[in-house]
Design a protein around this ligand. Structure first.
Ligand code: PEP
Length: 259
C-alpha cells in the first residue's frame, strides 16, 4: 500500500513503434480491459510526436499525452528536431527528457537535459526527467553517485512552481528492454536516495510531493511489487505498453496498490 499523497502515474513509452492507424484499436482494447479507472492513478501515453493528436483524441481526457523528446530552443534551423511549443500545440501536456536511449544513442548530455527542462516548462509542458546507471556503473558500486550527478546537473536552480511540475523516472539502463528488473528493495533504495537529493537541491516539501517513477522491464507480473514500494510513485513502461492488455493489467495492478 502506497501511503503517500503523491499520485500514482502509469506511463506508456511507445518509443519508435506504432502509427496513427494503430491508435483506435489499441485504445478500445485498452479501455475495454480497464473498465474502471480508479481515482489516484494518472495514465500517460508517450507516442511518437506525429501521433500525439490521434492519441489525444482517442484517450478523450481519460489520460494525458506527452512527447518523447524536445529541443531546448523554441525554433530554429535544427532539422529533424521538435520544439516543446510544437508538442504543446499538438496536444501534449508532458515531455520525457533524458531517456537513456537518447543519452546513449544521441549523446544527450545533462547540460542539454537542463535546457530541455526549462524549454518544456516555458512551453507549458511538464517535464519527466529520466535518470539511471549502466550495469558497469552499478557493478562498480557507483550507481548512486551517477544518478545523483545526472539529477543535480539537470534540475538545479528551478523555481518552486517549476519543481512542482517536474516528475522523475529512475530507469536503470541494464533493466530497459532486457527483461531484467531491479529488485523492488534496490529500486526503493534508489528512489529514497533520489528523494533525499531532491530535498537538498530544492526543499523537503518539494521532494515529498515529487512523483518518482520506476522504469525498466515493468510487466504485469512485477508491477505490484515495484509500485507498492513507499517511494515508487508509478511506472514508465516501454515494451509491455505496446500491448494494450499488458498495459491495462499494469494500470489495474497499480490502481489496486494506490487505493
Ligand atoms: C522505457 O523505455 O522507458 C522502458 C522502461 O522500457 P522497457 O519497459 O521496455 O524496459
Amino acid at each position: 500500500m502506497n501511503a503517500s499523497k503523491r499520485p500514482m502515474i502509469i506511463a506508456a513509452n511507445w518509443k519508435m513503434y506504432k502509427t496513427a492507424a494503430d491508435v483506435g484499436l489499441y485504445m478500445s482494447s485498452f479501455y475495454d480491459a480497464l473498465p474502471e479507472q480508479r481515482a489516484g492513478v494518472r495514465l500517460v501515453f508517450f507516442p511518437a510526436a506525429v501521433m500525439i493528436p490521434d492519441v489525444v483524441q482517442a484517450v478523450a481526457k481519460r489520460a494525458q499525452v506527452g512527447g518523447q523528446n524536445c529541443h531546448w530552443e523554441t525554433e530554429g534551423a535544427y532539422t529533424g528536431e521538435i520544439g516543446a511549443g510544437m508538442l504543446a500545440a499538438a496536444g501534449a501536456e508532458l515531455v520525457l527528457v533524458g531517456h537513456s536511449e537518447r543519452r546513449q544513442l544521441c549523446g544527450e548530455t545533462d547540460a542539454q537535459c537542463a535546457k530541455k527542462i526549462v524549454a518544456a516548462l516555458n512551453a507549458g509542458l511538464d517535464p519527466m526527467l529520466c535518470v539511471g546507471e549502466t550495469l558497469e556503473e552499478r557493478e562498480a558500486g557507483r550507481q548512486h553517485a551517477i544518478v545523483l550527478g545526472q539529477l543535480s546537473r539537470a534540475i538545479d536552480g528551478l523555481s518552486r512552481d517549476e519543481y512542482a511540475r517536474l516528475a522523475l523516472a529512475y530507469e536503470p539502463i541494464w533493466a530497459i528492454g532486457t527483461g531484467r528488473t531491479a529488485a523492488p528493495v534496490d529500486a526503493q533504495q534508489m528512489h529514497a536516495t533520489i528523494r533525499d537529493a531532491v530535498a537538498s537541491i530544492a526543499s523537503p516539501s518539494i521532494a515529498a510531493a515529487m512523483p518518482i517513477l520506476y522504469g525498466g522491464s515493468v510487466k504485469p507480473n512485477n508491477a505490484v511489487d515495484l509500485v507498492g514500494q513507499p517511494d515508487i510513485d508509478g511506472a514508465l513502461v516501454g515494451g509491455a505498453s505496446l500491448f494494450p492488455l499488458n498495459f491495462a493489467a499494469i494500470a489495474t495492478a497499480a490502481a489496486r496498490t494506490a487505493s
